[in-house]
Design a protein. Structure first.
Ligand code: ATP
Length: 773
């Protein structure tokens, strides 16, 4: 066969980058495609998509298509994958990969981004390993000429992990896993209502293939009674283990039982444990009215949650950067996330580590299997076990180590406050501490200090706290009052109720309160007790962390609100919605929300708004609408932080745009306000609440038995827990207060997410200010 024509020249473009989605579809894959396409174009490359995964690569021709900027419009909010995916048998064999390689050379593709699960990335790695041999074979077989393959001697491959299973080692989260967790939690929440009503048990099967991440996280997030995962099967006598825990909970007065079973669950001899076996057990041994629910493909997710939109966007951008940085001696990377940090890891190693976990399970080396999952896995497993087991003899501390721990919420309500408190109460009970609820903040503590049954200071019981796993807001009550309003009474109450430690959950006010108590220790020895703050606020403005509980719930509320506005503006074709976001002087929500909804402009409190910027953006809108030929998905959104400008409010910006648009297009303003606090907390806020709750209790516990002066001398005795880069850590208040707090603006000095704002602008096509003319 004669060689086909040479690939078209690149004409000054740096690379031809193609992206494909492969394996099972996952929410967020579209966000990844959008980000790779637009970032490629913005970086001076040509952008291609391959339809139907590796199948499109093997078939070639029209299945590999060049993309333009507008082709990925509206992709962020769509579920599944719009470019299709397939399980391609022929790509598993060398002849299929040879055909794929030929098609890539014919299209001039010199870099391939693959978004898929471990199978897809294994395939990608095989392609890269074989690539030089494939090129030689194509020349030998006269399929391509030596000149044709010459520019393609080196193939760049970058992996993006797209899978709902979260089964890839090296990354904390795969694109799609949190959306799937959203769907599972929504379903379990709905089932819980009926379970409670009829005092039923439900055995719920969730997806995940060989990985128990979805089952484990769903159990943590919903406060399930028992969870079966492949990595850590129950002990030899699993039936007794389940019955013991379930009957213990029932005896405590619990009306419902939820057992979550991972798709790959088995016993310690690798014999599968089916939902029907668990159902039978609950019926026959415990006499419960038990039902089975298999969630099935609803778990594939639909429209991506805020985190998956953000993750896929940031990882897509990083993938293009990795292509541009690639040299023949750099191993192919996979783009990962560790806590809050996007990182590159060697693809081959990540695939091997993932396969090692499967092998460890097959060899019954379960500890090794848990270790091989991401860093959080073991911590969540331990947190789940301790919060569900309650009063286990081997966990109880000796009397002298037990503490009376005050639990208080301070600041505005935020998703995650209740689940964090539930975890704290469960942990206290498992260890023998006494959890004391300090209802209605410092005012509740000082003004109504009685310990009668309904008083504002009272021991928290598990049955009451157990219902808080999925509850939004704050059940023990929260407000913005600070201890400085009455130090004397606060100190007297700490002493009166014999508090040995304090567990705070809340926003900037909670942080401020602990700061005040720390400083006032010199005058009030009662404050010389250990205290921790779990940041919880929709604004995400607490110094000492990059993430606060409640901020993920708020982002999800914002994207739902914005998607609704966008659909309306899209239908009327020529409309832009100007949406105001909360956050005080911290524009986290506007900026990350902008990333997640693809806002055409984001106005922040940090940068402010001036007339020049507005004129520039209106100009850009004018051009965009003039070029628009009435296509679908044309809706546009501008996000404005509530403190971005006293003059240019969302409403006024919309009016100015309308005045300038001269009827060619229109603007409408919308203020979601307290809607952003949401109802049920998002799964991420719930699971992190549990993790932070348990860690904080462990931290407080480490001070048991120490003298007041020793405690006061230890900077870690007042600390804020948070995620900083790739770590979850406690930072002493003293350090955060002085080094990272803008007290006037009530926000951290270092706002990591400000560095992400240029990405919002690039991907929405907002022209830089200099080119405004
Ligand atoms: P998910 O986690 O959603 O199942 P996955 O990527 O693991 O996604 P697979 O079905 O394992 O899904 O793989 C998707 C496709 O990747 C396969 O249909 C095949 O074309 C290719 N592939 C998988 N494994 C290999 C391999 N070892 N060699 C070559 N190609 C492979």
């Amino acid at each position: 066969m004669a060689p086909t024509e040479a690939p078209p020249p690149l004409e000054g473009k740096k690379r031809r980058i193609a992206i494909l989605t492969s394996g099972g579809d996952a929410p967020g894959m579209n966000g990844a495609v959008r980000a790779v396409v637009r970032q490629s174009i913005a970086s001076g490359c040509e952008s291609y998509v391959v339809y139907e995964g590796y199948e499109g690569l093997v078939q070639g021709g029209d299945m590999i298509k060049e993309m333009q900027w507008d082709d990925v419009r509206g992709y962020l909010s769509e579920g599944g994958t719009l470019i299709g995916t397939a399980r391609c048998l022929s790509f598993r064999e060398r002849p299929g990969r040879l055909q794929a390689a030929k098609n890539m050379v014919l299209k001039g593709i010199d870099a391939l981004v693959i978004c898929g699960g471990d199978g897809s990335l294994t395939g990608a790695d095989t392609l890269r390993a074989e690539w030089p041999g494939l090129m030689d074979e194509l020349v030998q077989k006269n399929e391509l000429s030596a000149d044709q393959v010459k520019p393609f001697r080196h193939l760049n491959i970058v992996g993006l992990v797209g899978s709902i299973d979260n089964d890839m080692s090296s990354t904390d989260a795969t694109i799609g896993c949190y959306t799937s967790l959203h769907r599972i939690c929504e379903a379990v929440d709905a089932i819980e209502a009926t379970a409670y009503s009829h005092q039923r048990a439900f055995v719920i099967k969730v997806m995940g293939r060989h990985c128990g991440w979805l089952a484990l996280m769903a159990s943590v997030a919903t406060g399930a009674d028992f969870c079966l995962i492949p990595e850590m099967p129950p002990k030899e006598d699993w039936k007794t283990e389940i019955c013991d825990i379930v009957s213990k909970h029932r005896k405590m007065g619990k009306r419902k039982t939820i057992v979550i079973v991972a798709e790959g669950a088995h016993d310690c001899h690798l014999e599968p444990i089916s939902v029907s076996a668990v159902d039978k057990l609950l019926k026959e041994k415990l006499g419960l009215d038990s039902k089975v629910t298999e969630l099935g493909h609803v778990q594939r997710g639909g429209s991506a949650c805020a985190y998956d939109r953000m993750l896929s966007t940031l990882q897509g951008v990083e993938a293009v950067q990795a292509v541009l940085d690639a040299t023949p001696d750099i191993p192919s990377p996979v783009i990962a996330i560790v806590e809050n940090k996007i990182v590159r890891k060697p693809l081959l190693e990540a695939v091997k580590l993932t396969q090692d976990v499967t092998k460890a399970i097959e060899a019954k080396k379960f500890e090794e299997a848990v270790e091989g999952r991401d860093a959080e896995f073991r911590e969540y497993m331990n947190a789940f076990n301790i919060t569900t087991s309650l009063e286990q003899p081997d966990l109880i501390l000796p009397t002298e180590k037990r503490m009376r721990i005050g639990i208080m919420h301070v600041g505005a309500p935020a998703g995650g406050m209740n689940p964090a408190t539930r975890a704290a109460v469960a942990y206290c009970l498992a260890r023998g501490h006494t959890p004391i609820g300090l209802y209605n903040g410092f005012t509740g503590l000082c003004r109504h200090h009685d310990d009668k049954p309904l008083g504002s200071v009272r021991e928290l019981k598990w049955l009451e706290a157990d219902s808080w796993a999925s509850l939004g807001g704050s059940d023990i009550g929260t407000n913005r009052h600070l201890p400085s309003e009455d130090y004397e009474a606060t100190a007297a109450c700490f002493e009166k109720y014999k508090l040995d430690a304090l567990f705070f959950v809340g926003g900037f006010e909670a942080f401020h309160a602990v700061s005040q108590l720390r400083v006032a220790r010199k005058d009030y020895p009662a404050f010389k007790i250990p205290m921790t703050v779990i940041p919880a606020t929709v604004s995400n403005n607490v110094p000492g962390t990059e993430y606060s509980l409640g901020s993920d719930t708020a982002l999800n509320q914002l994207i739902n609100f914005s998607d609704t506005c966008r659909q309306s503006s899209s239908s009327s074709r020529r409309c832009v919605f100007v949406i105001e976001t909360q956050g005080g002087h911290c524009s986290y929500m506007a900026t990350i929300g902008g990333l997640a909804v693809g806002a055409v402009a984001v106005y922040t409190a940090e940068e402010g708004i001036d007339i020049k910027t507005l004129a520039h953006d209106i100009d850009s809108l004018r051009k965009t609408f003039a070029e628009d030929r009435g296509q679908a998905r044309a809706g546009k959104t501008i996000l404005v932080n509530e403190k971005a400008s006293e003059i240019y409010t969302a409403e006024r910006i919309a009016k100015i745009i309308n005045a300038e648009a001269k009827d060619r297009f229109e603007a409408k303003s919308a203020i979601p306000g307290h809607f952003l606090q949401g109802t049920a907390p998002s799964p991420m806020d719930r699971v992190r609440a549990v993790r932070f709750g348990v860690r904080s209790l462990q931290h407080l516990e480490s001070f048991a038995g120490k003298s007041k002066d020793d405690i006061a001398a230890d900077p870690m005795s007042t600390a804020v827990i948070g995620i900083i880069g790739a770590k979850v850590q406690f930072t002493p208040m003293e350090k955060v207060e002085t080094e990272d707090t803008d007290w006037k603006k009530r926000r951290p000095i270092n706002e990591f997410w400000m560095a992400l704002k240029p990405i919002v602008d690039t991907l929405s096509g907002r022209p830089p200010m200099e080119s405004a003319g």
